[in-house]
Design a binder for this molecule. Sequence first.
Ligand code: CP
Length: 349
Amino acid sequence: MSPATKSASKSAPKSVPKKAAAQSPQPKATTPPADGIHPGSLLSITQLSLEEVSNILALAERLAGEPLSKHATLLENRKLALLFYESSTRTRTSFELAAKSLGAMTTLVSDKSSSIEKGESLKDTGLTLRALGAECIILRHNASGSPYLLAKHTGLPVLNAGDGMHEHPSQALLDLRTILSRLGKKQAVTETTLDGITVCITGDILHSRVARSNALLLPRLGAKVILCGPQQLLPPEAVDLSPGITLERDFDKALQQSQVAMMLRIQKERLAGMQIDLADYQKQYQLNEDRYFKHAPNAVVMHPGPMIRGLEITADIADGPSSAIEEQVRNGLAIRMALLARALNGGAA
Ligand code: CP
């Protein structure tokens, strides 16, 4: 364990499989960040009220719909650091392009080409970035809870770009924008916006911060969330993550009830010795044409990426007309512009 990981782990919230977390389902009300945390931070999806979610969605909608020139100076000369301890394509690139399209300056610090490799802690890395003028840090880290530690020690707005098996709040927001748009719903959300809608999230729930953030958000808008996967990748305690969640081992049955099918990758990098029979997994949990047209022919197909084509999803489905996967990526840019404006401008745009 690296020093950064060690120090980050101290304040790490519990991840999906931990019983203690399961026994304390997240409340419907919001959980504001603790004292000392900059209010522009986004550490967990649970810190946002539905009004704040609506404001972020509205700002994303506006920024995405207007010409670049209209917001090109919104964050002019503001300095942002992208601090990435894990690989990323979508999240890193979209935060960077979002920042640049608002006129901000960005710098990328990766664990593989910085003094983190020499053992510098997360706290010291954050303080160094602050001393160099960073006004906001976007953090991806393998330790759950690390964004809290960074936000506490730097006092800067910190945007959680994925922390271990804990949360990926900006992904949940871009997924929500995608679901609302695909279902023809308004972007101003309430507790009943997704009444009558079932979203099944299928695959490696155990290791998925995307599943966790979505499962904490969607039921607050009235959606039913079905978590689906084999025992090894979906512990029974996951049902207690939030009210409005059910577990289903049979993927066909889950699909039959769903208007949205969100597929997840098996996270080989987090399996830690766990043996998964991939041929059996594919047989039971792959979203392919046969299964889709038999059980959920109208469902919106989603995947946060990266996809492993031929394992959890086939190419014909991923590239088919029901797939919203590229739309998710595009929505990432709009949502992240809104989150940066919120972090640095209090949401004014
Ligand atoms: N969805 C997502 O977090 O993808 P990246 O790992 O490529 O950022």
